[in-house]
Design a protein around this ligand. Structure first.
Ligand code: T1G
Length: 693
C-alpha cells in the first residue's frame, strides 16, 4: 500500500487520505496510491461510500510542479480523475485549506464536494503559463457555468468556500470536524442519484443557442490576458467543451495542456515559482526570532497607509502615527474606503473588514509606538527626517523592538547609526500600493542582527509578501536597476523616438505599461526634483515639466489626457518638442528599430543587475528576477531580466552593450566585468552560486 495515500474504513465508509507534506502535491506516488485505493474499494461490499481528503489541513495543492520538466510517469492524473468519476458508490471530496489545480480537479471528479470555511479553491495553472490539464476546463463550467468558470481559469484566481458554495462548485460548507461532516453528508445523500459534472451540460446548451455571444466572450477574455498563448489555449479548451463529446474534449484539453506545459513561457514561470520560494528562505536559518504582537507605522501618507493595512490584513494590531491630524483624517478615510470596497466586492465580510479597520488605531504621538515590538517608518524620503525619527524611536520603544525603514533609496546603515542599537534596524522596502503589491525588499544593514532579519522576513511572509533580502546601496536592487532605464528612455526621445513608440515596444515585450505612460501615471515631477537636486538635466523630460506637463495629474505629460480620462493620447506638442530637441542636439534623424529600442530599455538594467551581483547586494540572479517579477511588472513568462539575459546569451548581451556604448558614447553601457567573465567562460548568470548578502 502507498505511503502517501492511506485508507481507513469504519461505519461502512472508506476514508482515502492523501498524505504528502507539505501541500499534498500530486506526484506519481500519489496518483498510484489513489488508483490502488480506488481499485481495492471498487469491489468492497463492506462500504456504502467513500471520502477523499488531504492530511495536514490541506486537500491538495495540485500536480507536483517539480515533475513537469521530467518525462511523464504513469499513471497520468487523467486516469485518476476517470477512476474517481467512475467510482460505483458515492464519493465525497472533503476540502480543507487549498484545492488548487489538479487538487481541485480531483474534487471535480468526485460525486460531491464539501469544504471547511477556510478552504480556497482554484485553477491557477495560467499563472504557471499553462491551463488545467485534468478536466478543469471541462468539469468546472458544467458545475458553475461559463461566467463563473472563466475568471477562475483565465485569471487563475481562487474562490473562497463561501463563494464556491454559492456557485454550486461545492455542495456544502461544513463546520467542525471535516471528515465527520463529510460522512454525515454522505449518509444524508445515500440513495440519491449522483449527477457527475460530466453529465451536466446546461451551459453548453446555452452557448449553442448563441454561439456568437460565446465567441465574443472568449475574444474579450483573451484580449484582456497579458500572456496570450495560454489564454488562447484556454479558449480552445472551452470551445472543445462545446463542440466535442466529453471524452474527446478531455483529450483536446490534455493536448493543449501538454503543449503549454512544455513551452518556454511555462518553464520561465515554473522557474519564478521556485525562485520566489527560495528567496523567501533567506534569513530563516537564524536560531531565534523576536515576538511581534503589536506594530506601529510612522507616517500616514500613501505608503504608510498601505503598510498599515497590510499589517492589519495579516492580523496584527497597528498604531498608525503621524504628527499631522489632517493627514491622519485622510488616512482614516482611505482605509474606510478600501475596506468598504472589499466588502462590496465580496472579498471580505463586513465583520472581517471591521475587525481589520478597528485594529488600526491612529495617533499623533510617536510614543504610541512605545508598546510595539516592530515599528515601520514610512515618512518622506529625507535622510535627516528619518534619522530624527529613528533617534526618537530609539528612546520611546523598548529594547529589542525592531525598527524598520521603508526608504526606497536612502542609506539604511546611516539611519541605523542614528540609534544606539543598529542591530535592531533594517529596511522593509514596500512597493506602492503596499497592501496590494507583493514585493518587499528586506534590506539587511551591516549591523542588522540575525534574529531581526528572520523576524522581518517571517512577518513579511505572514503579510503575504514575496520577500527578497538585499544589501544596502542607493536604490537597493529594483530601483537601482530601474534607474538605469530612465536615462536611456530620455536618450531615445532626444534621438527623435516618440513616447508611443517606446511604450509600444515595452508593452509588446510584455510590460503592462511602457516607461513614458508610467511616468505620466506616477508624475514627471518626482524624478524631476531628484534630477534637479543632483544637477542632472534631461532636455525632453525637463522641458515637459517646465511646461507644466507633469503627467496625468496635470492632464498632460508625455501624452495628453481628455478630462476625466486616463487614456494616453499622442500629442503633436510633444512630437514637436522632441523633433526640435533632436535637431538642437545635433541628432541626425534615423529610423531606430524596435529591437534596438528594446535593447536600450533592457540591457542597461541587466548590466546593472550584474553589478549588483558583483557587489554582493543581490544574493543570486534569481533573487533579482523575483524582484522584477513581483515588484515591477516584468512579464513572468519571460522569467526575469537575468533569466532573459541567459536566454539571449551573455556573449550576445556583452557584444550589444559594447556596440551601443561605442555608438552612443556612453561609458555606462560598457558591459560589467561579470558579464564579460561569464561570456568568456561560455556561462550564464544561472551558473553563479548564491552569495551571502
Ligand atoms: N508542486 C510542487 N511543490 C509545491 C506545489 C506544487 N503544486 N505547491 C507548493 N509546493 C511547495 C513549494 O515549492 C514549497 O516548497 C512548499 O510546497 C510550500 O509552498 C493537472 C497541471 C498551495 C497556496 O499552482 O499556490 O495542478 O520551498 O511556500 O505559502 O491541471 O504553494 O518548502 O521546498 O507556497 O503555504 C497547480 C501552487 C499546479 C499551486 C501554499 N497548483 N502552490 O502556499 O506554501 S499545476 C498550483 C501554491 C496542476 C493540473 C495542473 C502554494 C499554496 P519548499 P509555499 P504556502
Amino acid at each position: 500500500m502507498s505511503n502517501v495515500v492511506r485508507v481507513e474504513t469504519s461505519d461502512r465508509v472508506a476514508r482515502i487520505l492523501i498524505d504528502r507534506p507539505p501541500v499534498n502535491a500530486m506526484n506519481v506516488d500519489v496518483r498510484r496510491g489513489l488508483l490502488e485505493a480506488l481499485s481495492v474499494l471498487r469491489g468492497d461490499a463492506g462500504i456504502d461510500g467513500a471520502i477523499l481528503a488531504g492530511a495536514g489541513g490541506r486537500f491538495c495543492a495540485g500536480s507536483d510542479i517539480e515533475e513537469f520538466d521530467a518525462p511523464p510517469a504513469a499513471p497520468s492524473s487523467v486516469e485518476v480523475f476517470a477512476a474517481l468519476e467512475n467510482f460505483p458508490k458515492p464519493l465525497v471530496a472533503a476540502i480543507a485549506g487549498v484545492a488548487f489545480g489538479g487538487g481541485l480537479e480531483l474534487a471535480l471528479a468526485c460525486a460531491y464536494r464539501v469544504a471547511s470555511p477556510d478552504a480556497r479553491l482554484g485553477l491557477p495553472e495560467v499563472k504557471l503559463g499553462m491551463l488545467p490539464g485534468g478536466g478543469g476546463t471541462q468539469r468546472l463550467p458544467r458545475l458553475v457555468g461559463f461566467d463563473r468558470a472563466a475568471p477562475m481559469i483565465f485569471r487563475g484566481e481562487p474562490v473562497s468556500a463561501k463563494e464556491a458554495e454559492g456557485s454550486g462548485l461545492i455542495d456544502a460548507v461544513v463546520e467542525g470536524d471535516l471528515l465527520e461532516a463529510a460522512v454525515a453528508f454522505l449518509f444524508a445523500r445515500r440513495g440519491d442519484t449522483v449527477r457527475p459534472a460530466a453529465a451536466r451540460s446546461t451551459w453548453i446548451d446555452r452557448v449553442r443557442e448563441d454561439r456568437p455571444a460565446f465567441e465574443a466572450l472568449l475574444k474579450d477574455w483573451t484580449a484582456k490576458a497579458r500572456e496570450k498563448k495560454s489564454a488562447n489555449a484556454i479558449a480552445e479548451a472551452f470551445r472543445a467543451a462545446v463542440d466535442l463529446p466529453f471524452d474527446q474534449a478531455l483529450q483536446r484539453e490534455r493536448a493543449l495542456f501538454v503543449e503549454r506545459r512544455d513551452s518556454a513561457e511555462a518553464k520561465a514561470q515554473r522557474y519564478l515559482f521556485f525562485a520566489e520560494r527560495d528567496a523567501a528562505k533567506v534569513g530563516l536559518d537564524a536560531p531565534s526570532v523576536r515576538p511581534v504582537d503589536r506594530t506601529a507605522v510612522v507616517g500616514a501618507g500613501t505608503m504608510g497607509v498601505g503598510i498599515a493595512m497590510a499589517l492589519a490584513n495579516a492580523g496584527l494590531p497597528v498604531a498608525l502615527i503621524d504628527s499631522d491630524e489632517k493627514t491622519l483624517d485622510r488616512a482614516a478615510a482611505t482605509i474606510a474606503t478600501n475596506y468598504r470596497r472589499q466588502i462590496e466586492s465580496g472579498a471580505l465580510t463586513a465583520i472581517e473588514a471591521a475587525r481589520r479597520e478597528e485594529s488600526i488605531r491612529r495617533g499623533t504621538a510617536i510614543t504610541a509606538a512605545g508598546d510595539c515590538q516592530l515599528v515601520i517608518e514610512a515618512v518622506f524620503e529625507d535622510l535627516g527626517l528619518k534619522k530624527e525619527i529613528f533617534a526618537t524611536l530609539d528612546r520611546v520603544t523598548a529594547r529589542g523592538t525592531i525598527l524598520a525603514t521603508n526608504t526606497s533609496t536612502l542609506d539604511v546603515d546611516a539611519i541605523a547609526a542614528a540609534t544606539t542599537r543598529p542591530g535592531d534596524v533594517l529596511g522593509l522596502h514596500f512597493f506602492s500600493p503596499a497592501h496590494i503589491m507583493r514585493l518587499v525588499e528586506v534590506v539587511k544593514g551591516r549591523a542588522t542582527a540575525p534574529d531581526v532579519l528572520k523576524t522581518a522576513v517571517m512577518l513579511a511572509r505572514k503579510m503575504g509578501k514575496a520577500t527578497v533580502v538585499v544589501g544596502v546601496c542607493d536604490g537597493f536592487v529594483g530601483n537601482r536597476m530601474h534607474l538605469r532605464r530612465a536615462p536611456n528612455v530620455e536618450r531615445l526621445l532626444q534621438e527623435g523616438v516618440m513616447p508611443a513608440t517606446i511604450d509600444r515596444v515595452a508593452t509588446a515585450f510584455g510590460f503592462a505599461m511602457g516607461p513614458c505612460a508610467t511616468s505620466d501615471l506616477t508624475g514627471l515631477d518626482v524624478q524631476w526634483r531628484i534630477r534637479q537636486a543632483k544637477g542632472i538635466r534631461y532636455p525632453v523630460a525637463d522641458a515637459l515639466c517646465e511646461m507644466g506637463r507633469l503627467g496625468q495629474k496635470a492632464g498632460a505629460g508625455y501624452y495628453r489626457y481628455d478630462p476625466g480620462s486616463r487614456r494616453p493620447l499622442e500629442d503633436p506638442v510633444v512630437h514637436d518638442l522632441i523633433r526640435k530637441t533632436a535637431v538642437s542636439l545635433g541628432n541626425a534623424p534615423r529610423a531606430i528599430g524596435d529591437e534596438e529600442i528594446l535593447d536600450r530599455l533592457l540591457l542597461p538594467m541587466i548590466n546593472e543587475g550584474a553589478g549588483l551581483l558583483e557587489e554582493g547586494i543581490a544574493r543570486c540572479p534569481a533573487d533579482i528576477d523575483v524582484v522584477w517579477a513581483t515588484g515591477y511588472g516584468w512579464p513572468t513568462w519571460r522569467g526575469g531580466p537575468m533569466y532573459f539575459a541567459d536566454h539571449i546569451g551573455l556573449i550576445t548581451i556583452r557584444d550589444r552593450l559594447e556596440r551601443y556604448s561605442t555608438q552612443l558614447g556612453d561609458e555606462t553601457l560598457r558591459p560589467a566585468r561579470l558579464i564579460k567573465a561569464l561570456a568568456a567562460a561560455g556561462r550564464g548568470f544561472s551558473s553563479l552560486p548564491a552569495a551571502r548578502v
